[in-house]
Design a protein around this ligand. Structure first.
Ligand code: UDX
Length: 435
């Protein structure tokens, strides 16, 4: 099928390449010329495992093209809109500038029977407001939220857990049927395909992210209690996680969540609920946000504790800058925030990360960066692990670290290390919510 994808950021670039990889003819459209040039050469503008391969394949096959010209959308059967909805500069609500611009640009090129499938994460009610704008073209609007995780984006797009399609009342075009054809491989293997109304589809996305954020902050709240009682939050998580109703996933206590989605989505959800007069229904999300941010303070405090109360002119090696492993994304990264705070306290901070240094340096040039892990920890007075890349979590042994560092203080901001092994090697180990 011929498809267009408007917006070639994280979501759109992966979506375009993934759709080409399952056999569709796809044009990706974005206003950013440099991004389009890179994508046209088969270069992924960000680190995402598997993306370069499907980009190159798609381009070589002739099924995947990229352009800045919106007119290229003409003739596509389905137009996916996957532009960004960042947090507004003046508050917590979502900024819909790019969504509105995408619809304005697309409308002149729509033809009767086309399906416009919104994928961006938007405040509930947005789609209902957009539908009338395309009505006169004979195209129809559906909302088809995206649940991809960075680092697993290709797999999540081609083989998602579920497909959700929100449709407006009284549509004559069989948009869900057309989307079933688009997602044929996933549909064929029995992936749940949920057809609902526009508002539910929009809400599914924010509700899922709000739930995940809440789950993480719940376990981090338990970590705070563990810290004053001598309990171990990782054992607590294992034990409650055995209850199938609870589940162990997303109960990783540590320095908390970040990235381009969870933080902004829970804030935008709160802002939207306030507008709807239901602020109290999601008032707990403010608490979720606050617990999350407090864990960064805690991690900084543990470094201070480990170094006798002050970090001034002490060398602190920060392992990780990305908001999570398998990503070079530093948006709202708790890891980088901890590094910046330590720097602010006068520490000589050296940050290392396998993928995110270029992005981190562009945002925080005041920090020192070192690509080589061992060089980063050389002569350090303390180490803090903040992004659980295998290179730091599994492959750094305490005996090896001892040959390089000046001090023997390790703060495990992701509870990924074995405290017994580090202590046995003479280190002072601090976990998050562990004795
Ligand atoms: C998230 C959602 O998972 C995805 O469905 C949605 O489409 C976009 O937002 P992503 O931002 O890629 O995806 O990251 P995710 O894997 O959810 O992790 C979010 C943050 O939570 C990371 O900073 C991670 O380190 C943190 N996290 C995750 C924890 O602190 N503890 C955990 O147990 C799990």
């Amino acid at each position: 099928m011929r498809l267009s994808v408007i917006g070639c950021g994280y979501l759109g670039a992966v979506h375009a390449a993934a759709m080409a990889s399952i056999g569709h003819e796809v044009v990706g459209i974005d206003v950013d010329e440099r991004k389009i040039e890179a994508l046209s050469r088969g270069e992924a503008p960000f680190f995402e495992p598997g993306l370069p391969e499907i980009l190159s394949e798609g381009i070589a096959s002739g099924r995947l093209t990229f352009t800045t010209a919106m007119a290229a959308a003409r003739g596509a059967k389905v137009h996916f809109v996957g532009v960004g909805t960042p947090q507004r500069a003046d508050g917590h609500a979502a900024d819909l500038t790019y969504v509105n611009a995408a619809f304005d640009g697309l409308v002149p090129f729509l033809t009767p029977g086309d399906v416009v499938a919104g994928k961006s994460t938007v405040p509930v009610g947005t789609a209902a407001g957009l539908a009338p704008r395309i009505e006169s073209t004979g195209a129809v609007l559906v909302w088809n939220p995206e649940f991809l995780r960075e680092g697993f984006a290709v797999k999540d797009t081609i083989d998602p857990d579920r497909i959700v399609v929100g449709v407006a009342d009284g549509q004559t075009v069989d948009a869900p049927g057309i989307l079933r054809e688009v997602y044929a491989p996933a549909v064929a293997k029995g992936t749940p395909f949920i057809v609902t109304d526009l508002a539910t589809a929009e809400l599914v996305k924010v509700a899922a992210n709000a739930f995940l954020a809440t789950k993480i902050s719940f376990i981090n709240a338990m970590a705070e209690i563990a810290e004053v009682t001598g309990a171990d939050v990782t054992q607590l998580a294992d034990a409650i996680g055995h209850d199938a109703r609870i589940g162990r996933r997303f109960l990783g206590a540590g320095i908390g969540f970040g990235g381009g989605c969870l933080p902004k989505d829970i804030r935008a959800f709160s802002a939207r609920a306030e507008e709807l007069g239901r602020g109290e229904s999601v008032a707990f999300l403010r608490e979720v946000d606050e617990i999350n941010l407090r864990r960064r303070d805690r991690a900084v405090q543990l470094v201070l504790d480990g170094l006798g109360g002050q970090v001034f002119e002490k060398k602190v090696a920060v392992l990780g800058a990305a908001f999570k492993p398998h990503s070079d994304d530093i948006r709202d990264s708790p890891a980088l925030d901890v590094a910046v705070r330590l720097h602010g306290l006068g520490a000589h901070v050296v940050v290392t990360d396998p993928e995110a240094i270029a992005n981190a340096r562009a945002k925080h040039p005041q920090l020192t960066y070192e690509a080589d892990r061992d060089e980063a920890i050389r002569d350090a007075d303390a180490i803090i692990l903040v992004t659980e890349w295998d290179k730091y979590r599994r492959e750094l042994s305490p005996s090896h670290a001892s040959t390089l560092t000046a001090g023997r203080v390790i703060v495990d901001g992701r509870n990924g290390l074995d405290p017994t092994a580090w202590r046995a090697a003479g280190w002072t180990y601090y976990g998050m919510g562990r004795p």
